[in-house]
Write a protein that binds this ligand. Structure first.
Ligand SMILES: Nc1ncnc2c1ncn2[C@@H]1O[C@H](COP(=O)(O)OP(=O)(O)OP(=O)(O)O)[C@@H](O)[C@H]1O
Ligand SMILES: [Mg+2]
Length: 379
């Protein structure tokens, strides 16, 4: 298939600068759906837009596709302006050269897979594609997404996973260098979703198109993204590869939205270079400074469940907290221990089956190197 590089390598596939979009609520109050967002997407990037419901993911994606008109800012594809109020440019969706896969699939239920997938080729303006070439390309993508046998089946008679494959085939058939996805996997069951993620990643890496993929599911974001853009109320709060978002979250919002975090709030009692000490109701905890901190600031010590250890005897480590086992949950690959420490719930993840008796007294040890000390907004 033809996935032309849209640039000579100098211009990003997508450049978004200072984009703004405001809506009015019913009562007339404004909602900042996109609040001065800037980012680039490069050839081969799989950028995931991650955030909770209402944070502006769909609005941002629809703005890229040309389905939404922003209030300010610019959007360019491979150096060519698509939206630029300053230059009076707002390229219509069908001329932007992007494909989009929707949550609802947006397929024609009474048409066959073949006709659904062929549609973008037949409705294209400009160079006509012959019937035999259309058939060849449609069969090629149906093969690619693993449903060649469904060519003549009607979409209304397909499972959710099969319909999603048809939608993916339709997005890929034109060979566009940018494909946009709006939560396309949220309507299929967990097993099929896992499988489709793997297939999607492998197709994207193989074909080399740039993807912008919207989800509110942090596992999905970690699995799919080459980079994750975390959104909070229309603002872009962190844009980094998954590992960086996970281990060096930009703020507390990112830390607790992506993965599980144990959190002990308190006040900073010492800052020495890269480490800080926080006095909490569960004792003094030490960790890496994350964000600007001074002695006396409100802050929280945070660590992931897999960076904690559960012991019955008192550990020697500085970061140790005493508690009682509230629940011990065997999840297959690991055991999740839920510990009550003076009313605060802490989680520890240990490999394999390591069931603890309910109510037993234990210690939780948090590795200093994996503990973050983050500022807490003053209340
Ligand atoms: N046409 C509209 N009119 C008024 N408000 C809107 C409109 N479209 C979106 N909004 C508001 O803008 C904000 C962002 O909406 P958006 O659909 O982009 O969120 P989202 O991150 O995609 O959420 P979800 O995960 O629920 O799909 C929300 O507060 C939403 O209510
Ligand atoms: Mg949405």
């Amino acid at each position: 298939m033809n996935h032309p590089s849209p640039s000579d390598g100098r211009e990003p596939v997508v450049r978004v600068e200072q984009l703004v979009k405001e809506f009015q609520r019913r009562d007339g109050s404004p909602v900042k759906a996109i609040d001065h967002v800037s980012f680039d997407v490069h050839a081969g990037d799989f950028l995931v837009l991650l955030g909770p419901s209402g944070c502006g993911k769909t609005t941002l994606l629809r703005s890229l596709a040309g389905l939404e008109t922003p209030d300010a800012g610019t959007i360019s594809f491979a150096g060519r302006p698509q939206f630029s109020p300053e230059h009076g440019v707002n390229v219509p969706p069908e001329k932007r050269g992007v494909s989009m896969v929707f949550q609802s699939y947006a397929l024609w239920p009474h048409m066959t897979a073949f006709r659904n997938v062929a549609y973008p080729l037949q409705s294209r303006k400009g160079a006509r594609i012959s019937r035999s070439e259309t058939a060849r390309r449609v069969r090629e993508v149906l093969e690619m997404v693993g449903i060649p046998e469904l060519e003549h089946s009607h979409v209304s008679q397909m499972s959710g996973g099969q319909q999603q494959r048809v939608a993916l085939a339709r997005a890929l058939v034109g060979g566009d260098s940018l494909v946009l996805f709006d939560e396309p996997l949220s309507n299929v069951d967990a097993k099929v979703r896992e499988q489709l993620r793997v297939e999607l990643v492998s197709l994207q890496r193989e074909l080399g198109f740039a993807a912008v993929f919207v989800t509110h599911d942090q596992d999905e974001a970690m699995q799919l993204g080459t980079r994750i853009a975390v959104l909070d109320s229309g603002r872009l709060v962190q844009l980094a590869p998954p590992l960086e978002v996970y281990t060096q979250p930009a703020n507390r919002y990112v830390a607790s939205f992506v993965g599980t975090m144990n959190e002990c709030p308190g006040r900073v009692t010492a800052v020495k270079g890269e480490t800080a000490e926080v006095e909490t109701e569960l004792g003094t905890l030490t960790g890496r400074v994350s964000g600007g901190l001074s002695v006396g600031d409100r802050a929280a010590a945070m660590w992931r469940p897999e960076n904690g250890t559960l012991t019955t005897g008192e550990p020697v480590a500085a970061n140790r907290l005493r508690g009682r086992v509230k629940a011990s949950l065997f999840v297959g690959a690991y055991t999740e221990q839920v510990v009550d420490a003076a009313g605060r719930e802490l989680r520890v993840r240990s490999a394999g089956a390591a069931l603890q008796e309910h109510g037993s007294e234990v210690w939780v040890e948090a590795a200093e190197a994996d503990t973050l000390v983050m500022p807490l907004e003053d209340v």
